[in-house]
Ligand binder design. Structure first.
Ligand code: SAM
Length: 292
């Protein structure tokens, strides 16, 4: 990875007032489903809630409908800042039941973008489907390991690959499957503490190099192949204040997931260069441009 700084338009990103407008009446509001709009309409002190949702780590009084919409608005502004085409192809490994990237793509493309996720857990996929009945752009959710992405997508066919809060998902799956947990079938959230404890155990034992890193780097390497020259890979992560001081939670590891990923990719020699944008905290976000 070559280091360097590139400036982009539409920055600084994620100004709180602009994000509030986007979710209350603007581009993101327009792509929310009816129930999400109703939930947002019921929120009091929206500007303060948005300001809280933009903080890292996320505060104790976080409002989930606001956080979901804010994340979509963040990805929307990022797509704009990167000047991605409206008819862009988006790849997201490990979508689970989470729709910020999908809603941002729908808003950015006005229905002309297309989207594909590769995702293992079936229950979360069904929850996601129920949230997307109003989305007009083509959306495909492939049930497979994202390590098999090259079976489902062509090289140089993707404008942006979005690893939305997905680094931990990939690491957790990599350490849990060999211990006998079928992560395709489990009820994810009741089992997530166990996955994180195993991940902490492996990280403390210095084992991530052999289990965790290879799986993540395979998925990242394939994503670089799939992205067209000049296209982007985006990684984000965030933590919750409620986990500070919790004994089983590997705070340091999770605090540093993006810097760790940045370092692993830099050491890999993949043909990407980091794009830094005003307003983006590099502790929690990493944007890479594939070399032309
Ligand atoms: C809790 S969801 C997270 C969704 C989203 N990334 C977020 O954080 O909002 C985790 C999802 O990642 C999927 N996942 C983890 N590792 C994977 C892999 N190697 N290939 C495909 N899907 C994976 C799981 O199956 C699950 O559906």
């Amino acid at each position: 990875m070559t280091s360097g700084t590139e400036r982009a338009p539409f920055t600084p990103l994620w100004e709180s007032t602009r994000i509030t407008e986007a979710i209350a009446a603007g581009a993101i509001h327009n792509v929310l489903c009816e129930s999400a709009r109703l939930e947002l309409a019921a929120v009091t002190e929206l500007p303060a809630r948005v300001a809280g949702a933009l903080l890292n780590p996320k505060p104790l009084d976080i409002c989930m409908p606001v956080l979901d919409a804010v994340l979509a608005a963040q990805y929307f502004e990022l797509f704009q800042a990167l000047r991605l085409p409206q008819d862009m192809a988006v790849y997201e490994p490990c979508v689970g039941a989470s729709c910020p990237v999908i809603l941002a793509a729908e808003a950015h493309g006005g229905g002309r973008a297309n989207y594909l996720s590769i995702n293992l857990n079936r229950r979360l996929r069904e929850q996601l489907r129920a949230k997307l009945t109003h989305v007009t752009m083509p959306v495909r959710i492939v049930e497979d390991n994202a390590q098999e992405a090259l079976l489902h997508l062509s090289a140089n066919s993707i404008d942006v690959a979005c690893f939305h809060h997905a680094v931990n998902d990939i690491l957790q799956t990599a350490v849990s499957e060999p211990r006998g947990m079928d992560t395709t079938d489990v009820d994810w959230f009741p089992n997530e503490r166990q996955m994180i404890e195993w991940l902490a155990e492996d990280a403390n034992a210095g084992c991530l190099e052999h289990r965790g890193k290879p799986e993540l780097m395979k998925i990242v390497t394939d994503a670089v192949l799939l992205v067209r020259p000049g296209g982007y890979l985006v990684f984000d992560h965030f933590n919750w204040c409620r986990f500070i001081g919790v004994d089983w939670f590997p705070w340091e590891l999770f605090y540093n997931l993006i810097p760790m990923t940045r370092q692993w990719i830099a050491e890999s020699g993949l043909p990407v260069k980091e794009t830094r944008l005003d307003g983006m905290d590099t502790q929690w976000w990493l944007v890479l441009r594939k070399s032309v």
